[in-house]
Design a protein around this ligand. Structure first.
Ligand code: HEM
Length: 431
């Protein structure tokens, strides 16, 4: 006897990553019923236990979102000469990112085993894990080697500068720059990597990954400030993401625009290697002088509690500053930088070990970790944010004895997309 499936029985080929097992059964049933060629609509799915971070809205996710435990950041170079290809890519990326942020596969996975699957599958059953995907546009989208590839040169915002050279940096070209950026953050490392992997697949022929960086943050609970690999609490004096006025002042682009950036932000990423072997040989008291905070409590030098305000004027009985002149927190403080503030969102990275040459001092010979901080910060304008703060830091910070910036980039992260838009759409609109 003939049998048809009504709409509510339809299998979902755009499944939540969690409901796949159940769906797989339905797909098999459907294929059997229809001779193997079911045409099946993707189906909207309910939020996954409150762990979904909304994709659509005034701002992109992943900026003021409470920090997830894992991040995968990729910078891509555009290979196409056609503006329409870039638009098509951004449209496809937006749809895929929206699906994945809702806990679904990037695209309906289909039932045809004779074809590569449109989603690679490693995030199936893992849940949504608060995934956010944040897109950014590098200077190369607007002009590259003097060429205006996509008729966008006149639209490059003045704030999207080429980052100046900073004292002491040792940038590796293949780890620096990029025309586009994609950062996936999630409370699961594979969910984060999966998201970027699907987007990179969608980009085949249009853009390719130039560099990528995985990172993680570990902490005892969601309220606690995480410690970085130097063993110090990192993030104590960050502006609060719940403080809307501070976010409007320091993070979100305002009336200064352009329109497609209003509600957006600029991200600076820096891959910073930390000479852990060197750091680990320092007395704790010296480490504390370097940072300007106590190691175990996180309190500013001279204070007891983590959130006590640092007293930058305090002197000891010999007349020396309690928080030294070249301590990291003094150089980073708003008071030292004409009130400049940024929103830091850093992740530790740990990429194994290198074996070093004999020309290094004894403590560096043999093995050294390729580990450190993947520093990510958001700001309304990098000229008055990262560049302003880091200019002094790169010259005077005691921390510089232990860290080396080896890569990164600056990207303009457009305002969030409304449901019928793709991310960055307003940049491409001709008025
Ligand atoms: C490996 C590199 C770095 C390490 C290990 C590091 C570590 C820290 C630590 C432990 C603190 C104190 C706790 C806190 O308030 O979060 C801090 C504060 C801060 N850092 Fe870094 N940091 C690094 C790089 C940078 C860079 C490149 C910048 C660039 C602008 C920066 C900007 C700041 C700022 C603005 C503060 C807050 C200062 C204050 O207002 O007290 N840091 N950092």
């Amino acid at each position: 006897m003939g049998h048809s499936i009504n709409a509510s029985d339809r299998p979902n080929l755009h499944p939540t990553r969690r409901c796949l097992v159940r769906t797989a059964g339905l797909v098999a049933a459907s294929a059997a019923l229809t001779g193997g060629s079911a045409t099946i609509e993707p189906q909207a799915v309910a939020a996954d236990n409150g762990t979904v971070e909304s994709f659509w809205g005034d701002h992109q996710g992943g900026i003021i979102t409470p920090v997830q435990s894992h991040s995968y950041f990729a910078a891509l170079d555009l290979e196409t000469s056609k503006r329409d290809d870039v638009i098509k890519l951004l449209r496809g990326w937006t749809a895929a990112a929206a699906h994945m942020s809702a806990g679904q596969t990037a695209a309906p996975i289909g039932i045809d085993a004779a074809k590569p699957a449109p989603d690679t599958g490693e995030a199936l059953d893992l849940g949504v894990a608060r995934l956010t995907v944040t897109f950014g546009f590098g200077p190369g989208l607007f002009t590259k080697e003097g060429k205006d590839r996509y008729d966008l040169a006149a639209r490059r915002p003045p704030a999207l500068v080429d980052l100046p050279r900073f004292n002491g940096e040792q940038l590796i070209e293949t780890r620096t720059g990029g025309d586009l950026s994609v950062q996936a953050c999630a409370d699961d490392p594979q969910v984060a990597f999966h998201a970027v992997r699907q987007l990179a697949r969608l980009a085949y022929g249009t853009a390719k990954i130039r560099w990528a960086q995985a990172g993680y943050v570990s902490r005892p609970d969601a309220e606690a400030t995480p410690r970085n690999l130097m063993g110090f609490k990192d993030g104590t004096s960050n502006p609060s993401v719940a403080d809307r006025r501070a976010m409007a002042k320091f993070v979100w682009v305002g009336e200064e625009g352009p329109d497609w950036m209003k509600g957006g932000s600029y991200v600076v990423a820096r891959r910073i290697r930390i000479a852990l072997e060197h750091w680990d040989r320092m007395k704790v008291a010296f480490q504390e002088q370097t940072i300007g905070r106590h190691k175990y409590t996180g309190a500013p030098l001279g204070s007891k509690n983590e959130f006590d305000p640092p007293d930058l004027d305090a002197k000891d009985e010999d007349g020396n500053l309690v928080i030294p002149d070249s301590a990291h927190v003094r150089l980073g403080a708003a008071a030292s930088n004409a009130s400049a503030q940024i929103l830091r969102r850093p992740y530790s990275y740990n990429d194994g070990v290198d074996f070093t040459a004999e020309r290094w001092p004894p403590w560096r010979q043999g093995m050294e970790y390729d580990a450190g901080l993947f520093f990510v910060c958001y700001q309304r304008d990098p000229r008055t944010g990262f560049i302003k703060i880091f200019d002094n830091m790169s010259k005077y910070d005691m921390l510089n004895q232990f860290v080396t910036h080896t890569g990164g980039g600056l990207f303009a992260c457009p305002r969030g997309a409304a449901k019928d838009e793709f991310v960055g759409q307003r940049l491409f609109e001709t008025t």
